[in-house]
Design a protein around this ligand. Structure first.
Ligand code: CP
Ligand code: NVA
Length: 333
């Protein structure tokens, strides 16, 4: 049922299919931890086409490909002709003729759609301006590991409500039957078309959706989730976003507001929680701030699961690649 398919956005897959991929990822994590080989992609070649930078996604695709017996080839923004000297369509045809699968991380969602339509091989979206689907599989896998199930949990996402992470969390929660609250200033709330997709999925799953500017809506959260206030490609917007989003910082007061001793903290990473990056040092020089979307205290708290979440990117990406490109054998999980 997965053979030959691409993962371009979450709504390409049903609730049952996403649930299967999450369970398959948990299964593959157990195999890896027990040192049991799982080379379902032996002899395959995987192109990793990156227009934007990455640590987790690149590392996860590379290690996942190696663990599955495939060869990954990194084509970064400085070494490929893509975008500058060669069209998406021509790139798709060339890579599709040589590789068995393509990961794409970049700006436009239409680019990943063209790659899938014209390459003839499975294409996996490693993040665009609009969606971040492989992150979703890792995130709901993490929630399932911690709470045994994600159905009916209350996920509160706070911060920039118009970016790829907000879009993906809203729609994936709606598909999976997770209650989702987006807390963001009025002009940074999800676009109406994204809200409409989520609303229609929520009717099927029973998920409750709340979109508000009021931080009091964090009450009852099982998961508090945030992301950077300035996404890749928006770097000229720091001043404006900091001013707008400081009331939406994840800090101790927000956890008091959540009023749930079992509430966990999640973040897709990278995160601005200390002065150990040059970007944060430059912001500090201008504003005196030492942390942005999450305080260092919460980031390092025992209920912060950000590194478990990051590790799960590997297992989730492995599940997607094995299911869509594996030899005609899908293990029962
Ligand atoms: N979360 C995530 O996608 O991280 P990278 O940008 O490092 O890949
Ligand atoms: N919203 C962030 C996510 C990074 C994983 C960005 O697009 O930069």
């Amino acid at each position: 049922m997965f053979q030959g398919r691409s993962l371009l956005k979450e709504i390409d897959f049903t609730q049952a299919e996403l649930a299967y991929l999450i369970d398959f990822a948990i299964h593959l994590k157990a195999l890896k931890n027990q040192h049991i080989p799982h080379q379902y992609l032996s002899g395959k070649n995987i192109a990793l086409l990156f227009e934007k930078t990455s640590t987790r996604t690149r590392a996860a695709f590379t290690v996942a490909a190696n663990d599955l017996g495939a060869h990954p080839e990194f084509l970064g923004p400085k070494d490929a002709q893509f975008g500058k000297k060669e069209s998406t369509s021509d790139t798709a045809k060339v890579l599709g003729a040589m590789f068995d699968g393509i990961q794409f991380r970049g700006f436009k969602q239409t680019d990943v759609e063209i790659l899938a339509a014209e390459s003839g091989v499975p294409v996996w979206n490693g993040l665009t301006d609009t969606w971040h689907p492989t992150q979703m599989l890792a995130d709901f896998m993490t929630i399932k590991e911690i709470f045994s199930d994600y159905t009916g949990k209350n996920l509160v996402y706070i911060g920039d409500g118009r970016n790829n992470m907000a879009n993906s969390l809203l729609v994936t929660s709606a598909i999976l039957g997770v209650n989702i609250t987006i807390i963001a200033p009025d002009d940074l709330q999800p676009a109406t078309d994204i809200q409409a997709i989520a609303a229609s999925k929520a009717v099927e799953s029973g998920s409750h959706i709340t979109i508000t500017a009021d931080t009091a809506a964090a009450n009852g959260a099982d998961i508090i989730y945030t992301d950077v206030w300035v996404s890749m490609g928006e770097e000229d917007q720091y001043d404006e976003r900091i001013e707008k989003l400081m009331p939406y910082q994840v800090n101790a007061a927000l956890f008091v507001q959540a009023n749930n001793p079992n509430c966990i903290f999640m973040h897709c990473l990278p995160a601005f929680h200390d002065l150990e990056t040059t970007t944060m040092q430059a912001i500090h020089a201008k504003s005196g701030l030492t942390e942005l979307e999450v305080t260092d205290e919460i980031f390092k708290a025992p209920y912060s699961v950000v590194f478990q979440e990051a590790e799960n990117r590997l297992h989730a990406i492995k599940a997607v690649m094995a299911a869509t490109l594996g030899h005609l054998f899908i293990p029962k999980v």
